[in-house]
Ligand binder design. Structure first.
Ligand code: PNW
Length: 471
């Protein structure tokens, strides 16, 4: 990797900042008319989160949002990525259900404050918090016609109320997590799987593929509505954002080289191939047969080309070996241990995460070449091991996170300035320590430490580091 010289600068339009999601930070789940989401009930069930804690307070950002804006200003970000809570805007979620004007007013104030501070809002419509009423009414994403219509109506409401000021829209965050973790492994809301020790209902062999099929279609219909009804007057852009980590063959054996591509097909191609190329990965059809649903010709016409850009969330790289029976990994095996016994990178608190900056560069190149779209990096970050067990003054010296960001931002520069990849944003995950889903509050991803007793925020070294990268 040749050194990147100081004179190479990101363009003035490059959007750098931090990301969050409504359920992970807002709290106030029962305030000002908000309706419940599937994560409200799920996180309250005993045993669903590691520390037994739920999202009812989180970082209290519904009440403390002005402090969050102050932090963003202090960090000098150009953009902020956050998500809207569907059930705050339409408490029962459905297309004929009433709109909650108090929810609209909250996000209006928030968006206005960002713009006044010169910060570009980058808005996610759906970050996993499905209105509970839709799950109860018709099984949520398992019901194609209803979920597609209700989601599209919700998206239209957001475009019409916020689209005069919001020019960057993300339809769905990480549909892989929705389908696999929610309906395959049953560890995320709504907690469905075939494992009856874990979940009362579900079918891991079928539901994830069905749910994903419907989520993609809902995304595509929302994009169609934006393009037909709003784009001409509002002039924004819209797309989906996918999680996906780089997959490297464990060694040079042909089976493991093929397996690395199979892993990418199941993690990324599952969504990206339909949306950008207009078909499901052939390897998925081979493995799943008729359990992988098909779209009609009319549906394909809506799905194909339904994203203006590639939204990329990425955290790590895995070494891939052929074999194993984990269908969700495309019958491949993931490891961080190289053949010589060494580890790929530095361990995070999250067991699925190690640092490996070269993988970030390789992934950018792979996606740009394969899907040929400008790339927005919408999430990337690191949970420092045992950070919750440290004192505040220790925790804010988050050297492993600084090293992680150093590696990744250098890899980003190399991809942009040496490889010619068109990257238009970089959002660190996350602005704040927050509700890390099934991990509760123990795993911390923030560049700002949150003391959950006092809700005081303490900038970590990593926040200062990214501020100085000079995007
Ligand atoms: C993403 N995995 O989730 C989400 O978009 C965030 O809300 C979340 O806080 C962040 O990454 C950190 O976890 C993921 O198991 C959750 O591989 C789990 C996985 C990946 C991403």
């Amino acid at each position: 990797m040749a050194a990147v010289t100081q004179t190479q600068k990101f363009s003035k339009q490059f959007l750098w900042g931090f990301a969050t999601a409504a359920f992970q930070i807002e709290g106030s789940t029962n305030t000002d008319g908000r309706g419940p989401s599937i994560w409200d009930a799920f996180s309250r069930e005993p045993g669903r989160t590691l520390d037994g804690r739920d999202g009812d307070v989180a970082t209290d950002s519904y009440r403390l949002w002005k402090e969050d804006v102050k932090l963003l200003k202090e960090y000098g970000v150009r953009a902020y990525r956050f998500s809207l809570s569907w059930s705050r805007l339409i408490p029962l979620g459905g297309r004929d259900d009433p709109v909650n004007e108090q929810g609209i007013a909250f996000y209006n104030s928030f968006i206005d404050a960002l713009l006044e501070a010169g910060i570009t809002p980058f808005v996610t419509l759906y970050h996993w918090d499905l209105p509970q009423a839709l799950h109860d009414r018709y099984n949520g994403w398992l019901n194609k016609d209803e979920s597609v219509k209700d989601y599209t109506r919700y998206a239209q409401l957001c475009f019409s109320r916020f689209g005069d000021r919001v020019k960057h829209w993300l339809t769905i965050n990480e549909p892989w997590c929705v389908a696999i973790l929610g309906y395959g492994r049953g560890v995320f809301a709504p907690g469905r799987s075939s494992d009856r020790n874990r979940n009362a209902e579900g079918d891991s062999s079928r539901e994830p593929w069905i749910v994903a099929h419907h989520v993609i279609l809902a995304h595509a219909h929302a994009v169609k509505a934006y393009r037909e009804e709003f784009k001409a007057t509002q002039g924004g852009e819209i797309g989906i954002t996918l999680n996906g980590d780089w997959a490297m063959p464990y060694d040079e054996s042909p089976d493991n080289v093929a397996a690395a591509q199979h892993a990418l097909d199941f993690a990324i191609g599952w969504y990206a191939d339909p949306v950008y190329l207009g078909f499901y990965p052939p390897y998925m059809k081979e493995v799943l047969g008729d359990r992988l649903p098909e779209y009609s010709a009319e549906e394909w016409a809506i799905v194909k080309g339904s994203s203006d850009f590639y939204g990329m969330n990425t955290y790590t790289t895995n070494l891939i070996k052929a074999g194993g029976k984990d269908e969700f990994q495309g019958n491949t095996q993931y490891t961080f241990t190289r053949p010589d016994g060494t580890q790929l990178g530095t361990h995070a608190h999250s067991p699925w995460l190690q640092s490996y900056p070269d993988g970030f560069r390789a992934l950018l190149n792979y996606l740009y070449k394969k899907y040929q779209k400008p790339i927005y990096v919408t999430e990337n970050g690191f949970s420092v091991k045992d950070e919750s067990f440290k004192s505040v003054s220790e925790a804010i010296k988050d050297t492993d996170r600084v090293d992680y960001f150093k590696g990744v931002t250098n890899a980003l520069k190399a991809a942009v300035f040496e490889d010619g990849v068109d990257v238009r944003s970089y959002f660190g995950w996350s602005l704040l320590d927050n509700f890390e889903w099934a991990d509760g509050y123990e795993t911390r991803f923030g560049v700002t430490y949150v003391d959950y007793e006092t809700q005081k925020r303490y900038p970590k070294d990593s926040a200062r580091y990214l501020t100085k990268v000079g995007f």
